[in-house]
Design a protein around this ligand. Structure first.
Ligand SMILES: Cc1cc2nc3c(=O)[nH]c(=O)nc-3n(C[C@H](O)[C@H](O)[C@H](O)COP(=O)(O)O)c2cc1C
Length: 392
């Protein structure tokens, strides 16, 4: 089966669940490999009270034995500690006195269209699943993907380069993303980090919220992941879809991104150089992707996140119970979640790259995959001529 995952769970329900298919047998995998990223997702200046309640950690329910994957689906459970405070409102069992329905849909959320689409009169039924709490399970799945990729030298980092008006050059953020874990806002520059925190404080003081931009960098990808042959296989399109599926992400760019449209070709393409009989690139402006495939340079994906929709200065809405103008429902909220979104971005990039990696090198077990990988890498690194199909 192809590498893929699905998630289940409501924000204040008993747990978040990730089910990962297509993981090869024989991969060393410990709970700690996954928990590390879950902890990184929970961090970030500007998060709301929920993160103080939760300490996200997985329990393996299937797919792993004695620290190694079995090739069977990997099931992971992350309990919601907050469920203890929500049990009567969120229990799966029927209740005698249901809580009052919430009827004040929040602009910028799934609330209104979700109630219309699924015929709900209580927007809790929508918000519980549309909440970004679901991304906990995505990060768990991403942790498995990342462990697989790390076996073959692929490392993934992220950095935040804009929050509100505070900005750091994207290229510098990409090249120093390894340092981002040291910053509360995931910006590698300490001075700009302080400016970003001040931006968040100012927005919070004004009872408002902020978005921003982040970059994800995947180093060590072999050339040829993805394909130009079929539109569904194009890796840039798959990465874009995965990043856009993250809550509140409104735009995706690769390398220099939309800037390409403002430059001449010679300022955009990455020239191919011959170096000791093999090929290299003069630059990486296109973010490591050409023709829907990796080209061996670092994959550089950036994204724009809109500001958090739930703000203290509640926005106008309509009370769906009365049809009267009102103010949006407000529940505990982050004032900025761009640093967390960057970690989720790493996870989604890891999932797409792992899927493409296994398409290329096989699915069954790490030993066979390694043999296929080594043979491919040996062939393409032989010489410039060796990159071509031998003539018969
Ligand atoms: C890590 C993370 C945390 C978020 N926290 C909140 C929050 O506390 N309050 C809120 O209103 N939206 C929050 N959002 C954004 C909403 O989940 C998102 O805007 C909403 O589900 C609607 O989806 P859309 O913006 O993609 O259209 C968060 C998003 C992410 C990625």
């Amino acid at each position: 089966m192809k590498f893929s995952f699905s998630t289940a769970g409501e924000s204040h329900g008993p747990a978040e669940v990730a089910l990962v298919h297509g993981v090869p047998a024989g991969l060393g995998l410990l709970a700690g490999d996954v928990n590390r990223d879950l902890a990184r997702r929970q961090k970030g200046y500007g998060r709301g009270g929920r993160q103080k309640i939760e300490k996200d950690e997985i329990e393996f329910l299937g797919g792993v034995r004695h620290g190694r994957t079995l090739g069977s689906p990997i099931a992971m459970l992350v309990r919601n500690r907050d469920y203890a405070n929500w049990e009567s409102r969120m229990t799966p069992d029927p209740v005698e006195e249901p809580p009052d329905p919430i009827t004040l849909p929040r602009p910028g959320h799934a609330d209104l269209a979700g109630m219309q689409k699924y015929a709900f009169d209580d927007l809790r039924n929508v918000l519980e699943r549309s909440s970004a709490r679901e991304t906990t399970a995505r990060v768990a799945a991403g942790g498995v993907a990342r462990k697989l990729l790390a076996e073959f030298g692929v490392e993934i980092h992220s950095a935040v380069y804009r929050i509100g008006a505070a900005a750091y050059p994207k290229e510098q953020a990409a090249s120093s993303a390894r340092k981002a874990d040291e910053s509360e806002v995931r910006c590698p520059d300490p001075e700009v980090s302080e400016q970003m925190k001040a931006e968040i404080d100012a927005a919070r003081y004004a009872r408002d919220a902020l978005g921003g931009e982040f970059v994800v960098v995947a180093e060590g990808c072999p050339p040829g992941l993805g394909s130009y042959v079929d539109w569904r296989d194009k890796l840039d399109a798959r990465l874009a879809a995965a990043i856009l599926s993250i809550n509140a992400i409104k735009g995706v760019e690769f390398g220099m991104g939309f800037e390409v449209a403002r430059h001449r070709s010679s300022e955009v393409q990455d020239e191919i150089l011959a170096e000791d009989g093999s090929v290299s690139r003069a630059s990486n402006r296109l973010g490591g992707l050409e023709g829907g495939m990796t080209n061996g340079e670092p994959v550089v994906v950036s994204a724009a996140m809109k500001p958090i929709s739930t703000i203290a200065k509640a926005l106008r809405t309509v009370d769906l119970a009365t049809g009267e103008p009102s103010r949006a429902f407000r529940e505990r909220a982050d004032s900025c979640a761009v640093p967390a979104a960057a970690v989720i971005g790493e996870s989604m990039v890891a999932v797409v790259l792992a899927e493409a990696f296994l398409e290329k090198f096989g699915h069954d077990n790490i030993t066979d995959i390694r043999a296929a990988y080594d043979s491919y890498m040996a062939r393409i690194s032989q010489s410039v001529r060796g990159a071509r199909t031998p003539e018969r």
